[in-house]
Design a binder for this molecule. Structure first.
Ligand code: PLP
Length: 338
């Protein structure tokens, strides 16, 4: 969409967009002191490569190693007393599941994470170590999700989805407030894109404060559900494929209510990167920046290195997470291809 249309869409917030900027400001107040206010650091190597000032937002420094803590913490703190007492439930085995477990423990709220019997033991242990109750059910993610719904109906637990929820989107949007505060002449933001909660929140925050800023979503070429949905003009399903950017896998939900309309209204462009480009991005983060990032967190670097996205003006990249298997990371940094 054009920048004019974007700022018009934002000026009429409330009517057209399903989450309001004020919700992001409220989230910032709610989660202050409970999540990290992460650093934004200059990247001389990417500046040399692109000829523009490039900055890295280190969400890798959050407790649990990914930005998802912002949305989970905000959604949890927005619950009333009864809902908190009963607790939260999710079926995510990745960064969202960890974030829910960590936020729940911090706030003294019980949390249940449902997983299928096929989830690897190290992932189960990681969630258990964060204090959540793990329930092993069935042999697929659908079975785990069915258990979530059962617990919602039978025990009154609150299900917390990973991206399509107003409080989750508002929590992720606090990154946008920090970007504008730290880099007032921000011109371009590159955001890893999966279900679109991160991109929607950041775009809403940044474009409300700076309507001319361009917000670009970056996904992997293999199985990018939001990219396909934006192209189709409605949520569509894609075949899930194995990718180095495992945190970007999965669908956006055919009944998507919040993140899809926001991404459709606010993203200027979506760029897709290949597995080899993601591997090179992970390697670049390690060797040139000294940062350990997972595949999903490296897609912005990949988009710049390949020249698929030519940044204009001061640019921020969201290094969204750092949870990568150490052996895989070592192999990639040592030059193995994807
Ligand atoms: C979840 C996640 C994303 C994508 O966020 P969405 O809100 O689903 O678009 C990107 N990077 C990491 C590390 C994640 O865990």
């Amino acid at each position: 969409m054009s920048q004019q249309a974007a700022s018009d869409a934002i000026r009429s917030t409330g009517e057209d967009l399903p989450v309001a900027f004020a919700a992001i400001e409220a989230a910032a107040e709610r989660i202050a002191g409970r999540v990290a206010r992460t650093p934004l650091i200059a990247s001389p190597s990417l500046a040399a490569l692109t000829g523009q000032p490039i900055h890295l937002k280190l969400e890798t420094r959050q407790p649990v190693g990914a930005f998802k803590l912002r949305g989970a913490m905000n959604a949890l703190l927005a619950l009333d007393e009864t809902a908190r007492r009963r607790g939260l439930v999710t079926a995510s085995t990745g960064n969202h599941g960890r974030a829910v477990a960590h936020a729940a423990r911090e706030a003294g709220v019980p949390a249940v994470v449902c997983m299928s019997a096929l989830v690897p033991a190290n992932k189960i242990e990681a969630v258990r170590a964060l204090g959540a109750e793990v329930r092993i059910v069935g042999r697929s993610q659908d079975d785990a999700q069915a258990e979530v719904e059962r617990l919602v109906n039978e025990r009154g637990l609150t299900a917390l989805p990973p991206f399509d929820h107003p409080d989750v989107i508002a929590g992720q949007g606090t990154i946008g407030l920090e970007l504008v505060a730290d880099l007032p002449d921000l011109a371009t933001v590159l955001v890893p894109l999966s279900g679109g909660g991160l991109a929607a929140g950041i775009a809403l925050a940044v474009k409300t404060l700076r309507p001319k800023v361009r917000v670009i979503g970056v996904s992997m070429e293999k199985g990018a559900a939001m990219a396909a949905s934006l192209k189709a003009g409605r949520p569509v399903e894609v075949v899930e494929e194995e990718t180095l950017a495992d945190s970007l896998g999965g669908g956006i939900g055919l009944a998507n209510r919040y993140s899809f309309p926001l991404c459709r209204a606010l993203l200027d462009e979506v760029v897709l990167v290949s597995e080899d480009e993601i591997a090179a991005g992970i390697r670049h983060a390690a060797t040139a920046e000294g940062e350990t990032v997972e595949g999903a967190g490296a897609v912005g670097i990949a988009a710049l290195r390949t020249g698929k996205l030519r940044p204009e003006g001061p640019t921020a990249l969201i290094l969204s997470g750092g949870n990568i298997d150490p052996a895989l990371h070592r192999r990639l940094v040592n030059g193995a291809s994807a």
